[in-house]
Each structure stands twice: as C-alpha cells, then as structure tokens.
Design a binder for this molecule. Structure first.
Ligand code: SF4
Length: 346
C-alpha cells in the first residue's frame, strides 16, 4: 500500500518521486518505471495538493495501462490523416489545429495524444514559419486552435510572439486555446501571459477539467483572472470511468464551472488511445448519464456529448436522441424526465 501522501514542493516526474510523495509503494518502483516508459509521468504541485477522489486516477500511473487491445490506436482521432506539416492539422475547412508545443504541465493517463505529447518540445521555428505561411495562404481558415501538448506551457515571451504573428493573418477571426494550465498550474496565469492575448482577434480559452475536486482555490482564482481579462471561457471534459462517469460527479463539475463563469462545452467519449481501456465507458452508459443530467441542469450547464470518429472523420454529437419519427409528419419526443409525447409537425 502507498504511504500517506506527502506533498512535494515540485512536480512529480518519475518512480522515485511517486514513492517519495507516498503515491506508490517502494516495491512498485520497477512497475512505475515501466509505466513511465509507456507514457511520461508528470503531476504538478497543484494537482499533488488536490490528490484524492476524481483526481488521483487521472495522473497516477496504473498497471492497467499495460493492457493493450487490438482496437486501440496510436492516432485515435486521425490527426495524421489531416496533417499539413509538422505541428499543423487541417481537418475542417474553416479551422486548423496548431501544436505549438508537445509539452504539458501534467501527463494525463488517458490522453488521446499520449503517443505524441511529451516526446518533442516546442515546435521548431522553421516549422512554425511554414505553418504561418500556410495560414496566410489559406483564407478559408477563420480560426486557429492551439492545443495539446499544452500551449500555455509556453513562456509569456513565446506566447506574445506567437499571438502577435497569428494576429497578422487578416482573415483570422478567432484564436482558441485548449489548456489544462488554469486548473493544474494556475500560478502560470500571470499578467504577462494575459497581456499576450491582447490581440485584435477574439481569444477563447477551453479549459480541460474532469472533476470538481480539480477546481482548487488557486484554480478558481486563475479563472477569475482570465475572465477579468475579457477571455471567454469554455470547458472540455473527458468521460472517465473511475473519475467522473456518474451523473452526480458531472453535475458537481458542471455546476462548479458555471459558478466560475465557464460554459461546459464538450463531454468527450474517451478515445481509443493505447492503454486506456480501464477509463472507457460504453456509449450507452454515457448517454444514460447525459439523460440524467438533462433532467437536473439548465442548458447553460450542459455540454454536448461528442465522439471523435476514429480515422480522422471529425467530431459529432452522440446523443442521447430525443426525437423519433413515427409516421410522416409525426414525431415521438422524449422530455427531460423520460416521458414520451407525440408531436405533429405542421
Ligand atoms: S494536458 Fe492535454 S495533451 Fe497533455 S497529457 Fe493531459 S490531456 Fe494530453
């Protein structure tokens, strides 16, 4: 059994640290090393302080990660199918993904890009220049999404440079950041970082968070600093068995997000990444949770339950459905409490 948790003042990055922090037993040293070779280990000081229900399982390596199954994919959402160049993915006509770095402040054990993140650092300047040239030459692109690795691990100096260069693209309406940083390393949300976002385009931030217990006092303060700087906040959550796969946990999370001025945006069905079988629910289980939540939460607090179709075919809502055609012009509609009603479509 692991010894009682002893907070370390720095990030946990390997087997020795896990044991020193009381998160793993000394006899599991070799196992933890092996798991760290499968996928890098990193737990930030903020998350070390939040360890417990809903948090520990997201970051603590588990022997179940060695359970590799035939359906698991090294590129579960098909980023590579739409890869334009190093660091640039163009899946939908009006938006691109730019991977400015593959580094994260924490390494989440369920990460769908676990085959890539942590392996390479910051996108080399020549590749960034090529990506920016593509964006300048592609007026259909209206939005750039900065995503995982975690773009907010970049220094304020690099962020300022990146946002300034993106802001020079005349047809760009918005820059969207997907990040764990406000939650897992809130001390990095500084005035210098916020100043980097002061560009003519709309800057949106999608905060990745999976359990209300991650929203520490420091994290809530970081979210307040972002909203005070005029950054609209959305959230994305992965549906994870052993973390949040029940209506009570998700209700608590979505209510906490609304209280902190974050609109719950996506609930992702857990992608088919290697070694993540133990985290995955069935789609039917996810739909049942969403049905329960619709009866409890206002629309502002409800995210859309989505699946990234393997093979790079895009992201779609996966229900539950409330509408079923009976005969031409007649529909059966299910209300938020599960009762059916007939609707005649005039
Ligand atoms: S922060 Fe995001 S990209 Fe990084 S390991 Fe976690 S889920 Fe993956």
């Amino acid at each position: 059994m692991p010894r009682p948790l002893r907070p370390l003042p720095r990030a946990v990055t390997g087997a020795d640290d896990l044991i020193a922090a009381g998160l793993a037993a000394p006899q599991d040293h070799a196992l933890m090393q092996r798991l760290g070779q499968e996928f890098r280990i990193r737990i930030s000081p903020e998350m070390l302080g939040a360890m417990g229900q809903g948090v520990t399982a997201q970051f603590l390596p588990d022997a179940k990660e060695l359970d590799h199954r035939p359906e698991q994919l090294s590129d579960p959402i098909g980023d590579d199918v739409h890869r334009i160049g190093k660091g640039l993915t163009h899946r939908y006509p009006d938006r691109v993904i730019l991977h400015a770095t593959q580094t994260c402040e924490v390494y989440c054990r369920f990460c769908f890009r676990r085959e890539k993140v942590g392996e390479e650092g910051i996108l080399p300047e020549a590749d960034l220049q090529a990506a920016l040239a593509y964006l300048h030459a592609t007026p259909a692109v209206r939005e750039v999404i900065l995503t995982g690795g975690d773009p907010l691990t970049l220094s304020p100096r690099r962020l300022t440079d990146l946002f300034a260069r993106l802001s020079e693209i005349p047809h760009l309406d918005a820059i969207r950041i997907h990040s764990r940083i406000p939650v897992v390393a809130p001390e990095r949300v500084t005035p210098q970082m916020l100043a980097a976002f002061d560009v003519p385009q709309a800057v949106w931030l999608v905060v990745h968070t999976n359990h209300a217990n991650e929203l520490t006092e420091n994290a809530r303060a970081a979210l307040r600093r972002l909203t005070a700087a005029g950054i609209p906040l959305l959230s994305q959550t992965v549906l994870l068995k052993g973390v949040n796969a029940d209506a009570d946990s998700l209700e608590a999370l979505f209510r906490a997000l609304i209280r902190n001025r974050v609109k719950p945006y996506y609930l992702h069905h857990c992608d088919l990444a290697p070694g993540t079988h133990h985290f995955r629910t069935t789609i039917a289980e996810g739909q049942a949770i969403m049905t329960a939540l619709r009866g409890r939460l206002s629309g502002t607090a409800l995210p859309t339950y989505v699946l990234d179709i393997p093979g790079g075919h895009g992201k779609v809502p996966i229900g539950p459905g409330y509408l079923e055609q009976t005969v031409a012009g007649q529909w059966r509609v299910t209300d938020p409490y599960g009762q059916s009603h007939l609707y005649t479509d005039p």
